[in-house]
Design a protein around this ligand. Structure first.
Ligand code: UTP
Length: 301
């Protein structure tokens, strides 16, 4: 019987250098898209996929992230006294049951594979999801839910994949793969940041994974033998590639939805525009403003 995926790991122990100086004092995951932090989008996606245990891999300077999930009784009382029920309801949606969230520390940023490995005792011998909060995905059915559906039908390791134009493919991990059915591709190999002419496909890996416990054993072996990958880090991609070599199934899942790279400044700005325009309470005013900006730009050129 297929083991259910009920745990998700959120590696949030990176340094966030692309958002300095902001990330000097606030974690990148607390940066706000419209009115909610990146981490809220990730948690909502995980909850919608049936995840019940949320494991954060954190590091120094991330206490704002841990505090975010605490109840705020003074705030609640003050909003209640002022009859601000709409905001109260919004706040309540962010409440997490006691014990559902666990934190584990990564002492040094030794890579994404290492961060996931830090959660190994909490993961145990079960399949688990990994969500990179930088990748925010707008979709009718949340991306992880789409992936878990595919996993339940056909178990194995899954990486989320999206089509990327040739001009941009060299910024991504790229799948060497063949289509199995619909959105699912069997992965034969992965190439990290290939030159466009050497890319084996136009399908790039982005930050959603469903992984089997064997991946943890592969990372463990790399750490024990101090075998690092690109950038001198313990890479998750290397551990997944080893599983392909061992003959275990790894699938690329081409999800339906639009992904925004909120780990980059341009991606974050694009997401802000897209999510702002998607909001009923903001879209008219915001669209008008954007229209004015474009008109002024055109006139200035
Ligand atoms: P990134 O490559 O985006 O690194 O990590 P970063 O430190 O977050 O950001 P930049 O590049 O310096 O601006 C991808 C994900 O893996 C996590 C990060 O927190 C991010 O969610 N990560 C990376 C860790 O948790 N630990 C690591 O050692 C490395």
């Amino acid at each position: 019987m297929t083991r259910k995926v009920t745990k998700a790991v959120f590696p949030v122990a990176g340094l966030g250098t692309r958002f300095l100086p902001a990330t000097k004092s606030i974690p990148k995951e607390i940066l706000t898209l419209v009115d909610r932090p990146l981490i809220q989008y990730a948690i909502d996606e995980a909850r919608a996929a049936g995840i019940t245990e949320f494991i954060f891999v954190t590091s120094r300077g991330k206490s704002a992230l841990e505090d975010y999930f605490d109840d705020a009784p003074e705030l609640d009382a003050s909003l209640r006294a002022k009859n601000k029920t709409a905001i109260l309801e919004e706040l309540e949606k962010t409440n997490m049951p006691s014990g559902a969230i666990a934190y584990v520390r990564q002492r040094r940023a030794l890579g994404l594979g290492h961060a996931v490995w830090c959660a190994r005792r909490m993961i145990g011998d079960e399949p688990f999801a990994v969500i990179l909060t930088d990748d925010v995905i707008a979709a009718d059915k949340p991306c992880l839910a789409q992936m878990i559906e595919a996993y339940n039908e056909n178990p194995g390791n899954y990486v989320a994949a999206m089509e990327v134009p040739t001009s941009k493919i060299s910024s991504y991990g790229v799948l060497d793969c063949e289509q199995v059915n619909g959105n699912t591709y069997k992965v034969n190999g992965m190439v990290e940041k290939p030159p466009a002419e050497e890319a084996p496909s136009n399908l790039a890996v982005i930050g959603r994974y469903i992984l089997t416990p064997e991946i943890l054993h592969n990372i463990d072996a790399a750490i024990q033998s101090n075998t690092t990958g690109a950038g001198g880090e313990f890479q998750l991609t290397d551990a997944i590639a080893q599983d392909i070599e061992a003959g275990n199934p790894v699938y690329g899942f081409r999800f339906n939805g639009q992904r925004y790279d909120c780990g980059s400044k341009a991606g974050f700005l694009q997401a802000t525009v897209a999510f702002g325009l998607a909001r009923d309470d903001l879209k008219d005013e915001f669209a008008e403003y954007l229209g004015d900006v474009m008109t002024m730009r055109a006139a200035a050129e």
